[in-house]
Design a protein around this ligand. Structure first.
Ligand code: HOZ
Length: 443
């Protein structure tokens, strides 16, 4: 190892650079998900050796405060002892059965109790957020007998063909408008509207309402950076879809159990027809779920004729991690405290940006947040794209060098966990002060 065992410079050292070079020979881009490759911020990614609480340790021996939180799941911090214990216990009894288990019933009941749109309804477990959104759309189409769907410009719902139209997240980061390999025919029924523009949705419904099966949204967008709904927007969407017989799907893969016990739908008091879940529901293991109205979910096979399946769906180890996580959340109800801490962090970041005369527009809902490097308000993808990504890259690199691990893209949300205590937040703000001073000096 080239550096002493304990330092805070998170930039890739010799070991990470060697690993990245080796990875790049056998894995496309050296990573198993595009944003991880640091393409838009420059430099090589540090490789992670382990994580605990709000911290990760790299292969180069750096200890970093983590705001990626494995892209959302780590709301309790990494390697929470109760979750790890639950996983170990489950693993000892067998890793996968491909047959029903008691734990699946328990988690399904808990989900149907916690998430408003699932109350009195049903839920199906799968393995990822991508599977959840893809399957929710299929059942919405099967239920309505209609083909068209509406998604929002710059929103991201995983990488199913039908949803890779104007996607956010990694595609936004890399400036890829869609994806090669997605046949025209598969996306001709995917309509796109600007986020927060109710007029755009209204117009699409007026023209093609009879053919529209579903509208899928991130109720608080997290994949163009964090972009909240405008006041009244979700309510208006609910009314429009109800009138037109369109299935309203909230993709709560990021927001579920993060913004409130019952997710964004509880926070804003709007109940969709279907909800997709992922991330926190698996407590760090691969789990997704979709569920909602009973009459819609009864269309899913083997009750109905909408097919969806999976060898590892409801996997006992993954479900154990998810159940343990949800139970801790139930017990600790950390949402008001998360909100206070995230506010302290975001207020502090905004203050420092202003001190160093950097353009900065902070957005935040609960423990999801983004600092956009621009002065304008950010209410949709066009707004988000006006950010100075060169400045973001410089800030990102300075923060990493100062021991703070941020998502390597202007177009991803930051996530805070209950393990981010006052000391971690204070260290982060100190680092941000130095990072922003350096960025401002180099402008
Ligand atoms: N698309 C994910 C964030 N929105 C990134 C997942 C990952 O790279 O792990």
């Amino acid at each position: 190892m080239s550096k002493p065992d304990h330092h805070h410079d998170g930039r890739a050292g010799t070991r990470s650079r060697e690993l990245f070079a080796a990875a790049s020979k056998v894995i496309p881009g050296g990573v198993n998900s595009p944003v991880r490759a640091f393409k838009s911020v420059g430099g090589d990614p540090p490789f992670v050796r382990r994580a605990n609480g709000c911290r990760i340790w790299t292969e180069d021996g750096a200890e970093l405060i983590d705001y990626v939180g494995t892209w959302g799941p780590a709301i309790l911090g990494h390697a929470h002892p109760e979750v790890v214990e639950a996983v170990q216990r489950a693993a000892r009894d067998g890793l996968s059965f491909g047959a029903p288990t008691a734990a699946e019933v328990e988690i399904a009941e808990l989900l149907c109790e916690m998430v408003p749109s699932l109350r009195g309804g049903m839920v199906r477990l799968c393995n990822s957020g991508t599977e959840a959104t893809m399957s929710a759309l299929r059942v919405a189409r099967g239920f309505t007998g209609r083909d068209k769907i509406i998604k929002m410009d710059g929103a991201y719902h995983g990488h199913a063909d039908v949803l890779l139209v104007a996607p956010g997240s990694g595609a936004a980061t890399l400036g890829i408008p869609g994806s090669a390999g997605v046949p025209e025919l598969v996306v001709v029924d995917t309509l796109v509207a600007a986020w927060n523009d109710i007029g755009a949705v209204q117009a699409l419904i007026e023209q093609q309402g009879e053919a529209i099966a579903a509208i899928i949204i991130e109720p608080v967008v997290g994949n163009m950076g964090c972009v909240p709904p405008r006041p009244g927007y979700l309510q208006a969407l609910r009314e429009l879809t109800e009138r037109a017989g369109i299935v309203l799907i909230f993709d709560e893969v990021m927001t579920g159990f993060r913004l409130a016990r019952g997710g964004a739908q509880e926070l804003y008091g709007i109940t969709p027809d279907l909800t997709t879940l992922g991330k926190i529901i698996g407590g760090g293991m691969p789990v997704g779920a979709y569920g909602g109205r009973r009459d819609i979910m009864e269309r899913v096979a083997p009750v109905g004729n909408v097919y969806q399946a999976g060898t590892l769906s409801g996997n006992p180890v993954a479900v154990a991690a998810g159940l343990a996580t949800l139970r801790i959340l139930e017990r600790e109800r950390p949402w008001p405290e998360l909100d206070r801490r995230a506010q302290r962090l975001c207020d502090g970041l905004a203050e420092r940006a202003s001190k160093h005369a950097l353009p900065w527009t902070g957005t935040r809902v609960g423990s999801m947040f983004t600092g956009f490097f621009q002065h304008g308000e950010v209410w949709n993808y066009e707004d988000a794209k006006r950010s100075d990504t060169r400045l973001f890259g410089a800030y990102f690199r300075e923060m990493l060098a100062a021991g703070i691990y941020l998502a390597p893209s202007q177009f991803e949300a930051g996530f805070l966990s209950i393990a981010h205590d006052d000391a971690a937040i204070a260290s982060t703000l100190d680092a941000a002060d130095r990072a922003m001073a350096a960025v401002a000096a180099a402008r």
